[in-house]
Unconditional design. Structure first.
Length: 652
């Protein structure tokens, strides 16, 4: 697995307004990590037109990079009117526009300067920066990520810079558009931005403080169920887990994985720490206090807390999620609205709202929902409530998580094996033959105990992909019904004090789309809460199951619609991808690791679609699952994005 580049460093490097003008490079080419350029030398010139190494050292500005070393860089202005290159004294001049006006190249300022010199193909000036890249061990030049470069402009810039600079140069592509331009110029050496970023050993996924017992899981599944007081170091990242006091993962993964969304919903500290198993091994099985901040992590010995988390939870009042158990129609998605959540669950009802809205360039795959009422009838017929009550009143089940795990597995097996109502079977299969003949189907859970304001339920229930055949479909429906009794789901509801007997699953049966690329996005920047505009996208080639599982590093992008810029933070590290199996289910096939998951045009389309969906749900920040196939964009889920235990709302 390719190591995850430092996302915080990436954002501090690249999340800049066009007026900030490219403060780049991570360390000094001369002094090494931590070196900083001296103050402005009054004797130094305003600019040079032929760059020597001594000139670079005199003109370079050390731009702070947060937790990273200072990064000396030199701004340049290429005047296409006469071909001159001006390497600006970047200690003396903060912005390109300041420099250009100071030496009377232009009188333009503000928006006029930006429009003429970043978005106009016929521009007079090319504006960029030159810096040493330690990972490449060479100098590279770059342009603001919103610069609408063309192959002609890049080729011209490369020729002029290499003719006037002392060192061999490489073009650093800061945006997908720049990568696409560079790909058309084989004679211009280029590198993606992620190839220049330093490796990180820490990333705060959810800041917080907790006291509990530190556990270490070397491999999955864990040898025994967790207690609520546990703070767990995972050497392998699980799809989901029971409620914990804190989470530390030793493998980089997707910040939008189900595990990370669960941690945010629970409001517990969560971090990626390379080699956490070795670093904190002496504290394993001891009471500790875990503190995660944006700046780092501490794990220190602590006193035992006498009252258990479970005892505190049991003292709270039970919550009763709503459900309409009278509605019995098999209802198409396009006939559902968000208010129908009490019949079909939030996943289905929200998709129905999006389908009804007919958002341009957004397709919701057709489907229909088996409402809550049918699970209720099935449960009544087979005495499931009686079985659950017996478990809830059993002392061993109540006190021992291993007993709960075993007994819930037996309950799920019973549900899947139980006879299915013949009239419902005939109705479902008749609808499939009329409207979905020959289609692979996704059978998805949509319960009344997920996507709640403070309980996401992400990854707790089961989806069965690419179902083919009548018997497989009926079994898949019962499998989805049974998944409300998944151990992790039960434990999460228990921690949230949701009444288990008031939980009902609807089943969304949806036409499968064999994705070319897929993933998750949120209409927020989870790394910088001051960035009101950023849209954070996770993507992979093929089906997107691994993105939400969090076991692979996805392609990670920050898209900013206002400036139409896409910052590529990491590439997907899959050497294989998931695709439909003609026999049903999914299979692995060889991928193309060097190929991007998304084009610049598709990133832009995703951004527009995401903002339209956010507006549809009254400005609430959204967590959206999407996919693409043959150039078409599909949305398969949208729910409120929960950050640090709260739903993020738009507006002032």
């Amino acid at each position: 697995m390719r190591r995850l580049a430092c996302l915080i460093a990436a954002l501090s490097l690249m999340l800049i307004q066009p007026t900030s003008r490219l403060a780049v490079a991570q360390s000094s080419p001369a002094g090494g990590a931590g070196a900083t350029a001296p103050p402005d030398d009054p004797a130094a010139p305003d600019f040079v037109t032929q760059m020597t190494r001594a000139d670079f050292d005199r003109l370079a500005r050390a731009t702070p990079q947060g937790k990273q070393a200072a990064a000396p860089s030199v701004m340049f202005v290429i005047d296409r009117a006469d071909g001159r290159v001006y390497y600006a004294n970047s200690r003396r001049f903060r912005f390109h526009s300041d420099f250009a006006r100071a030496i009377y190249l232009t009188l333009d300022a503000g928006d006029a300067f930006l429009r003429k010199n970043y978005t106009n193909e016929q521009r007079r000036f090319l504006l960029g920066a030159l810096a040493f890249q330690p990972r490449l061990e060479r100098f590279a030049y770059e342009f603001w990520e919103g610069d609408l470069l063309t192959p002609e402009l890049l080729a011209y810039a490369h020729e002029r810079l290499t003719a006037t600079c002392f060192a061999p140069l490489t073009f650093k592509a800061n945006a997908r558009r720049h990568e696409e331009v560079a790909a058309r110029l084989p004679n211009v050496p280029s590198v993606r931005a992620d190839a220049t970023l330093p490796e990180t050993t820490f990333l705060a996924l959810n800041a917080g403080r907790a006291t509990g017992v530190l556990r270490l899981v070397e491999r999955l599944p864990p040898p025994q169920p967790f207690e609520r007081e546990d703070i767990v170091i995972f050497k392998e990242t699980p799809l989901s887990t029971t409620p914990l006091r804190g989470i530390i993962v030793t493998q980089p993964g997707a910040p939008l994985s189900h595990l990370n969304l669960l941690a945010k919903g629970w409001g517990v500290p969560n971090a990626y720490v390379k080699d956490a198993d070795a670093r904190f091994r002496s504290l394993v099985d001891r009471w500790v206090t875990l503190v995660v901040t944006d700046d780092g992590i501490t794990v220190e010995p602590a006193e035992r807390i006498v009252e258990s988390a479970r005892e505190r939870e049991m003292s709270r009042e039970l919550r009763l999620p709503r459900a309409d158990l009278r509605w019995r129609a098999l209802t198409d998605l396009h006939r559902q609205r968000a208010r129908d959540v009490i019949r079909f669950g939030a996943k289905s009802a929200n998709l129905g709202e999006i389908a009804q809205a007919r958002i341009p360039d957004v397709i919701v795959p057709p489907g229909f929902t088996v409402p809550f009422a049918y699970y209720k009838a099935f449960a009544d017929r087979h005495g499931i409530e009686r079985r659950v009550l017996a478990l809830l009143n059993d002392d061993a089940f109540h006190h021992d998580p291993q007993t709960r795990q075993v007994e819930l597995a037996k309950l799920r097996e019973f549900i899947v094996a139980a006879p299915f109502d013949l009239a419902l079977r005939r109705a479902i299969l008749a609808k499939i033959r009329r409207e979905y003949r020959g289609k692979g189907l996704f059978v998805r859970s949509s319960t009344n105990a997920e996507d709640l304001p403070d309980f996401s339920g992400a990854g707790l229930y089961t989806t069965v992909p690419n179902v083919i055949g009548d018997e497989a479909l009926i079994t898949a429906i019962k499998t989805v019904w049974a998944s409300i009794w998944n151990f992790e789901a039960f434990e999460a509801r228990e921690a949230a004090r949701i009444d288990h007997l008031a939980v009902y699953p609807a089943t969304l049966i949806q036409e499968g789309v064999n994705a070319d690329s897929a993933g998750v996005l949120v209409t927020a920047n989870p790394f910088d809460h001051r960035d009101a505009e950023g849209i954070y996208i996770n993507a992979t080639r093929g089906l997107g199951l691994r993105v939400v599982e969090g076991r692979r590093v996805p392609e990670q992008i920050i898209y900013r619609p206002q400036s139409d810029t896409a910052l590529i933070l990491t590439r997907a590290d899959d050497e294989t991808i998931l695709t439909f199996d003609v026999k049903g289910g999914v299979k692995e096939v060889a991928g193309a690791p060097d190929q991007p998951a998304l084009s610049a045009a598709m990133i832009r389309r995703l951004g527009r679609a995401a903002l339209a969906i956010e507006r549809l749900f009254n400005g609430a920040k959204q967590d959206i699952e999407w996919l693409t196939c043959q150039g078409r964009l599909y949305v398969v889920q949208s729910r409120p994005f929960i950050e640090r235990g709260k739903t993020l709302m738009g507006g002032k």
